[in-house]
Design a binder for this molecule. Structure first.
Ligand code: ADP
Ligand code: ZN
Length: 215
């Protein structure tokens, strides 16, 4: 099964992605995680994108297409993938559709997690991310901000600062909505209400996936 997950920064997309890949055995392709890891590793790709990420801007479509082609080609059809953070522009959507044609693959489900803007700004200003493994958590009063996963330190991600959050929302509205529209010409995009506990949202997604699998 191949799934595309859309959702604004702060919509809970990453959390839901983890839950879906776990229950369906899919390969999780988070372009944000891949790029941040490249920066941590100091690879050529990392050096190329570091300042773009810190500014909350988008990495160029050609760099992203090269990356996604390499990643998707390496995943077996039997396993399937979940794209989290890609496509994010109109041209990435077009590029993806062409790539899938080439590979003889299709998208089984496209899901859009919707959360309104005020809620998103509230959520992101309290979000912490582990420096080491990328785990995402919420700032708690007096909690020592140690990662439960790897004991690394949890910090506000460089691009989760309020001004950068607003910029990413703006970019999301301007660039990623059109990306979704391009995909919607080819596939149904299912809109899911992203307000609720992670379990509640996961159940909404699961019922859409079941409907699709039965159809
Ligand atoms: P968010 O929390 O904004 O959803 P991600 O972890 O998905 O963040 O992405 C973090 C950053 O990585 C983005 O702000 C952007 O700089 C870069 N990035 C990730 N995916 C893409 C993409 N498909 N196209 C361009 N840039 C991307
Ligand atoms: Zn960690």
């Amino acid at each position: 099964m191949n799934i595309i997950l859309f959702g604004a920064p702060g919509s809970g997309k990453g959390t839901q992605a983890d839950l879906i890949v776990e229950s369906h055995g899919l390969k999780h392709v988070s372009t944000g995680d891949i790029l941040r890891k490249a920066v941590r590793d100091g690879s050529d790709l990392g050096n190329q994108v570091e300042s773009t990420l810190a500014a909350g801007e988008l990495v160029s479509d050609s760099v992203m297409m090269d990356l996604i082609r390499r990643v998707i080609s390496d995943i077996s059809v039997e396993q399937g993938w979940l794209l989290d953070g890609f496509p994010r522009t109109e041209d990435q959507s077009k590029g993806l559709l062409t790539l899938l044609d080439e590979l003889g693959e299709t998208v089984d489900a496209a899901i859009d997690i919707f959360v309104d803007n005020d809620e998103i700004v509230r959520r992101l200003s309290g979000r912490l991310t582990c420096d080491e493994c990328g785990r995402v958590g919420v700032a708690e009063n007096n909690a020592n901000n140690t990662c439960r996963n790897c004991k690394g330190s949890m910090r506000v991600r460089r691009d989760d600062k309020p001004e950068t959050v607003l910029k990413r929302q703006k970019i999301f509205r301007a660039r990623t909505r059109p990306a979704k529209d391009v995909l919607a010409q080819e596939y149904d995009v299912h809109r899911i209400d992203g307000v609720g506990t992670p379990t509640e949202v996961a159940q909404r997604i699961q019922s859409v996936l079941e409907q699709i699998n039965q159809a």
